[in-house]
Design a protein around this ligand. Structure first.
Ligand code: LLP
Length: 421
């Protein structure tokens, strides 16, 4: 459920009419709902209670500092994968003890940043990384708390570009070698081993792969404890999928996922961490765009929007589906028409949808891409020198611009011309 609904014939974000925001900031723009972010965060905390737990929002899915502050104020932790994301979490006022540092290639600079600024734990993904972290910690006179991300060799049954838990993927340490790696970690002077981490992929619509992976984590916990490691924390990653198409079967709910966690690892007495991104942010945001032209082509009609692949890359990158709806509510049983929905960027890949049945829309009309909160704005680029689109946060009947659209002056100023020119 989200808070982007038609009221009196017009799409609203909570109590704010979308055309009001369009009039204030121009199109295209992203808009996020505080109520949806809050609701989705609470679904997870309720699903995991009464286990001791921390829900760490995967910042990579939506990293605007105002969104992070919204979640941070509720008590959320943050899962970061770069120094930049770490600084965003800090800028949102999230204390270091609620920031988990993940990622397959952390640099020594990033390790130093987090060790000096405060960090809950590093999720370490390789032996060289583990040795580097120990050295950095020793050089700073501190001890780095770590989990080791294991690769359980489980098929997450999701898009190949976002599956991470098979042995051929670059992530984690093969579970078959986990015991020797934990033994080495325990010997390294700058590290304190506290737990196990696993993340098998994103947009999972079936709970079975989670179950398979978490049962392997439970077994490993017992083995490692028997070998003398104090395993007190399990980071179970993110990945729970969301419904992108209204017509599809609904993916499992956070309550089912919480029950699965309790069933598989709940008796180990560990503190549980999860790192959901998409389920919290995905349906908490839409991308609003304007129809520039309706073009009649050979055997097909094109809806040419002012948003493009640089603003929302998921359809061209993963063939992802986003529902597209008009901002003016179509009358019941109004006729529909098939369109190829495209942006103005100069490549055929700049296609949002092919042969999509849409209510009649005309030049100048506003349309909204649903489920665009996660991996939308964060993956945007300035391809074709199109400015990054503004982000807006709604809270009941208020809205605020939380990132301005840059001016062309600002964009051009970033380029510098060498003296020889
Ligand atoms: N934890 C780790 C270690 C991750 O790598 C990810 C996502 C998450 C948590 C959050 O996963 P989520 O709950 O959002 O599924 N750009 C792609 C998705 C890439 C996901 C990368 N890792 C897309 O647009 O579908």
């Amino acid at each position: 459920m989200d808070h982007f609904l038609y009221r009196n014939g017009t799409l609203h974000a909570e109590a704010v009419p979308i055309p009001d925001i369009a009039a204030a900031v121009g199109t295209p723009f992203y808009v996020y709902s505080t109520a949806t972010l809050t609701r989705h965060y609470h679904l997870f905390t309720e699903a995991l209670s009464p286990l001791p737990h921390l829900v760490c929002f995967a910042i990579k899915s939506l990293s605007n500092v105002a969104v992070l502050k919204t979640l941070g104020n509720l008590g959320a932790g943050m899962d970061v994968v770069s120094g930049g994301e770490y600084l965003r979490a800090k800028a949102a006022g999230v204390p270091g003890e609620r920031i988990v540092f993940s990622g397959v290639g952390k640099t020594r600079g990033e390790m130093r940043l987090a060790l000096t600024g405060g960090v809950r734990q590093f999720n370490v993904e390789s032996e060289p990384e583990m040795r580097a972290l120990s050295e950095v910690a020793v050089s700073l006179g501190v001890t780095a708390p770590i989990t080791i991300r294991i690769n359980p060799d489980v098929d997450a049954k999701t898009h190949e570009k976002i599956a991470t838990g098979k042995k051929e993927n670059k992530f984690g340490i093969p579970i078959t070698r986990a015991r020797e790696v934990y033994a080495e970690a325990a010997r390294l002077p700058g590290l304190k081993v506290i737990g196990i981490d696993v993340h098998i992929g994103s947009q999972l619509t079936d709970l079975a792969p989670f179950e398979e992976a978490y049962l392997k984590v439970a077994d490993l916990t017992r083995q490692l404890r028997a070998e003398g490691h104090a395993i007190t924390r399990l980071d179970l990653g993110g990945g729970l999928g969301i419904p992108y198409a209204r017509s599809n079967d609904a993916p499992p709910l956070p309550t089912d996922y919480g029950a699965l966690i309790k069933r598989t690892v709940g008796d180990l007495g560990c503190e549980i961490e999860i790192e959901p991104g998409r389920l919290i942010s995905g349906n908490a945001g839409i991308l609003v765009s304007k129809v520039i032209y309706v073009k009649h082509g050979e055997g097909r009609d094109f809806l040419i929007l002012d948003a493009a692949m640089n603003d929302l890359v998921r359809p061209s990158m993963y063939g992802a589906h986003h529902d597209i709806i008009p901002v003016a509510e179509p009358p019941v049983a109004s006729p529909t028409q098939e369109f190829d929905v495209v942006g103005p960027v100069c490549e055929t890949g700049d296609t949002f949808a092919k042969g999509r049945d849409l209510p009649l829309v005309a030049e100048g009309d506003l349309v909204a891409f649903r489920s665009a909160g996660a991996y939308g704005a964060v993956m945007a680029s300035e391809y074709n020198t199109r400015p990054l689109v503004p982000e807006v946060l709604v809270n009941e009947d208020q809205f605020a611009v939380i990132r301005e659209r840059p001016t062309f002056d600002e964009i051009l100023k970033r380029d510098t011309i060498p003296a020889w020119l």
